[in-house]
Design a binder for this molecule. Structure first.
Ligand code: BEZ
Ligand code: FE2
Length: 401
């Protein structure tokens, strides 16, 4: 077992001083350092510097690693032009990120303090790297396809990828399912995937109401998606509407990413089904989408967390960068209490949504920890400063290693 005695320990309820944490794969004890020295012997001591902070590892529940090679290939500013650019440049962008590139991206994410990833995998090109990653990975095999004639082929390919990922299951790799979105997946496929997720107790994720174009298409088969579906998929009408989609998901709590265009009826259904919302403010800004109404989802007591989305719609996979952006974009939220919720509450809630025993420093939780050297004084605006200032992350532990 290991012991660490930093200057500060960040627990959900307090910032502890003169305390130690004893851990192996899990957090075994949190106690005053004086007591620890009497209670435990033969522990491996982890050295720390002055003004060090031990905090929970961060969770990024929504990322597309296969698109990590993108810098300026895709068109930003508005959703449909971006989607057309993804289709045009997909082979080039994906082809530029091999297993080595994905490993480097995983490393970059870990070093920025993310110990758990929800990786949305479209083609399983990231499976090898994710199954060997040092961070925890919930590996969401994505199902896509709105055309009924293609349903069996696409479902067969999805099952093959899912089965392959199940063979890699470990204490840090968790196979899971993603349904791309209500507009791009035929309801027959959505129903089959949801049944599977329920039967096999697999985490489930879906993009939901990301753009105004999606909202219009689902509502009335009109708007910017009209030409897209007519030209590329020979279709005139949406395969599903947003309420029908939520109805299929009603008995399976799901991570719903974006939700920028939800209304009161959606939120009531989301709450009733115990879904979780993943908010990606940088991606939403870059693709011209609307900002999530956090006050409204807090009023409904719907849990939410932040995610980076992929480098297909972000310049960074650093969760602190995402928190900082959220702090500036949600300018009407109280600064310090919102900063605290971003650091503490969103990580507890996303761990729960992913079905993992992580996200906070508590006895019995997995020892997924960050040791950070602070270069500022801890005061009543601690969470704001933790988000604002550049982090010197000295060590990262996943399952105590
Ligand atoms: C489809 O595969 O049907 C699809 C993919 C992306 C956007 C819309 C539809
Ligand atoms: Fe996404």
């Amino acid at each position: 077992m290991k012991i660490i005695s930093p200057t500060y320990i960040l627990t959900p309820n307090a910032i502890l001083e003169s305390h130690s944490i004893v851990f192996d794969q899990k957090i075994v004890d949190i106690l005053p350092t004086n007591d620890a020295l009497q209670k435990y012997t033969n522990l491996e001591v982890i050295e720390t510097k002055d003004n060090s902070l031990l905090m929970h590892g961060l969770i990024n529940p929504h990322i597309h690693l296969e698109f990590s090679a993108n810098k300026s290939s895709l068109k930003y500013g508005s959703f449909l032009p971006w989607l057309y650019s993804v289709i045009e440049k997909r082979d080039e962008v994906i082809g530029n990120c091999d297993t080595n590139c994905i490993e480097k991206t995983l490393d970059e994410s870990l070093k920025s303090g993310t110990t758990t990833l929800g990786a949305i995998s479209s083609y399983a090109l990231d499976l090898e790297a994710c199954s060997k990653a040092k961070s925890k990975v919930v590996f969401f095999n994505e199902l896509i396809g709105s055309q009924a004639v293609m349903a069996d082929t696409l479902y067969g390919d999805f099952i093959k990828r899912l089965d392959e990922s199940k063979r890699c299951k470990s204490d840090s790799f968790f196979p899971a399912i993603a349904i791309h979105s209500p507009y791009s997946v035929h309801p027959i496929l959505t129903k089959r995937a949801v049944s599977l997720a329920k039967e096999q107790n697999l985490a489930l994720s879906a993009h939901f109401l990301e753009s105004s174009a999606e909202k219009e298409w689902l509502q009335s088969s009109s708007g910017e998606f009209k030409k897209f579906f007519k030209d590329l998929l020979k279709s005139d009408t949406a395969v599903s509407d947003s309420i029908e989609f939520l109805d299929i998901l009603k008995d399976k709590p799901t991570l719903l990413t974006h939700c920028g265009f939800v209304d009161e009826e959606h939120l009531n259904l989301i709450k009733k089904s115990s879904h979780h919302i993943v908010h990606c403010p940088i991606s939403n800004r870059l693709l011209g989408n609307s900002l999530l109404d956090i006050d409204q989802i807090e009023k409904k007591e719907i849990p939410f967390s932040l995610g980076t989305d992929g480098k297909s719609s972000n310049y960074s996979l650093d969760m602190f960068e995402e928190y900082k952006t959220a702090l500036f974009m949600h300018k009407d939220k109280d600064l310090e209490s919102f900063a605290k919720d971003l650091i503490i509450k969103t990580n507890i809630d996303s761990a729960k949504a992913l079905g993992l025993n992580t996200g906070s420093i508590d006895i019995g939780k997995d020892a997924d920890l960050l040791l950070v050297n602070l270069d500022f004084e801890v005061n009543e605006d601690f969470f704001t400063h933790l988000i604002l200032h550049k982090k010197d992350i000295e060590m990262v532990f996943v399952n105590g290693e």
